[in-house]
Design a protein around this ligand. Structure first.
Ligand code: NDP
Length: 286
C-alpha cells in the first residue's frame, strides 16, 4: 500500500513529524530521570522531534524534565504544552503559559493546546490564545479531547479556524473517531494528534498485543505487536502519534515503527479483527 510520508505539512507552513513523543508521568521518579531525558533526546535525533507535555503532568514536573531535555536543541524541537480548562482565558491563561515557558526554559511554545473542554466560554479561550500568538509566546494553538460538535462550535467563533490540531485518544482498540471526527478534521485540514497510540499499559493493551492477527502481522515484519499498533495509528495522511517511551530501547522501536508500512491486505485483516464502529460513538478520553 501507499508509503506514508514522514511529515505533515500544516496549512501555515509548519512541518510536523508523523511520530512525536509523549511525556505524561515523566519526571515523577528521580531514579528514572536521566534515562527519560536521554530517551527524549535520542528520540529527537531519530526524527521524533515533536514533544508533548502539559502543565497538568506531575504538576509541572514533566515540563521541567522536558526543559532539561531540550537544552541546547530547543530549535530542533516542536514543543507542545497544554493549559488546564479552568486556566484557559484571561489573565490565568497568560500566567499558565508564562509558567510553562519558565519550566520549559524557552521563550515560546510551538503549539499550545486547551487540554479538554471546560466551562469557560470558548470565545474567551480563542481570544486569549490569539493574544498569546500576537505576543509571540506561542506560535499557534489547538485543542484536545474535542468531539465533532465541539469542533463545529469552535469554528463558528471568530478566529476559531486558527485551531491547528485536535489531540484525541486513538489506537487500534479505540476507533470511534473514524466514523465522524477524523473525516471532519481532514476536511478542515486540521491534523489529528493521536494520544495513547500504544493503548497505555494494562488489560486493554493486552487484548491488542496478544491478538492473533496483530501477532501474525508483527511476525511478517519482524516487528513487535506494539510497533504494528503504532504504524497502524499513523496510516492515514492527517494523523500523527505521540507515544510515550521512557527508555532509549523503546524510543528506537517506536522510531522504527514509523518506517513500517502495512500492506492493504494487513490493514484489511486488522479491520476485521478490530472493526471501526459503524455508528457515531462519543469520543473516548482518558
Ligand atoms: P502510550 O500509549 O504512549 O503508552 C505508554 C506506555 O507504553 C508506557 O508504559 C511506555 O513504557 C510503553 N512503551 C512505549 N514504547 C514502548 C515500546 N516500544 N515497547 C514496549 N512498551 C513501550 O500512553 P500515554 O497515555 O502515555 O500516551 C502518550 C502521550 O499522549 C502521553 O504521554 C501524553 O503526552 C499524551 N496524552 C494526552 C492526553 C490528553 O488528554 N490530551 C491523555 C493521555 C495522553 P516506558 O515508559 O517504560 O517506555
Amino acid at each position: 500500500s501507499k508509503p506514508v510520508s514522514d511529515t505533515i505539512l500544516m496549512p501555515d507552513g509548519a512541518v510536523l513529524p508523523r511520530l512525536g513523543q509523549g511525556t505524561w508521568t515523566m519526571g515523577e521518579h528521580a531514579a528514572n530521570r536521566a534515562e527519560e531525558i536521554a530517551a527524549l533526546r535520542h528520540g529527537v535525533e531519530l526524527g521524533m522531534n515533536l514533544i508533548d507535555t502539559a502543565e497538568m503532568y506531575g504538576d509541572g514536573r514533566s515540563e521541567e524534565l522536558v526543559g532539561e531535555a531540550v537544552q541546547g536543541i530547543r530549535d530542533k524541537v516542536f514543543l507542545v504544552s497544554k493549559v488546564y480548562p479552568h486556566n484557559a482565558a484571561g489573565a490565568a491563561l497568560i500566567r499558565s503559559c508564562e509558567a510553562s515557558l519558565k519550566r520549559l526554559g524557552t521563550d515560546h511554545l510551538d503549539l499550545y493546546l486547551l487540554h479538554w473542554r471546560g466551562t469557560l466560554p470558548l470565545e474567551e479561550t480563542v481570544e486569549g490564545m490569539e493574544a498569546l500568538v500576537a505576543s509571540g509566546k506561542i506560535a499557534r494553538w489547538g485543542v484536545s479531547n474535542f468531539d465533532t460538535p465541539d469542533m463545529q462550535e469552535l469554528l463558528r467563533i471568530p478566529g476559531g479556524n486558527h485551531c491547528a490540531v485536535n489531540q484525541v485518544l486513538y489506537h487500534l482498540g479505540s476507533r470511534g473517531i473514524e466514523h465522524e471526527l477524523l473525516p471532519w478534521l481532514s476536511g478542515h485540514k486540521i491534523p489529528v494528534m493521536a494520544y495513547s497510540p500504544l493503548a497505555q499499559a494494562g488489560t486493554l493493551r493486552k487484548g491488542l498485543t496478544e491478538n492473533e492477527t496483530v501477532q501474525r502481522i508483527a511476525r511478517n515484519h519482524e516487528a513487535t505487536p506494539l510497533q504494528i499498533l503504532l504504524a497502524w495509528s499513523i496510516r492515514e495522511a492527517d494523523v500523527l502519534a505521540i507515544p510515550k517511551a521512557g527508555t532509549r530501547q523503546h524510543v528506537e522501536e517506536n522510531a522504527a515503527a514509523g518506517k513500517l508500512v502495512l500492506t492493504s491486505d494487513e490493514l484489511w485483516q486488522l479491520d476485521d479483527a478490530f472493526p471501526q464502529p459503524s455508528w457515531k460513538v462519543p469520543l473516548d478520553m482518558i
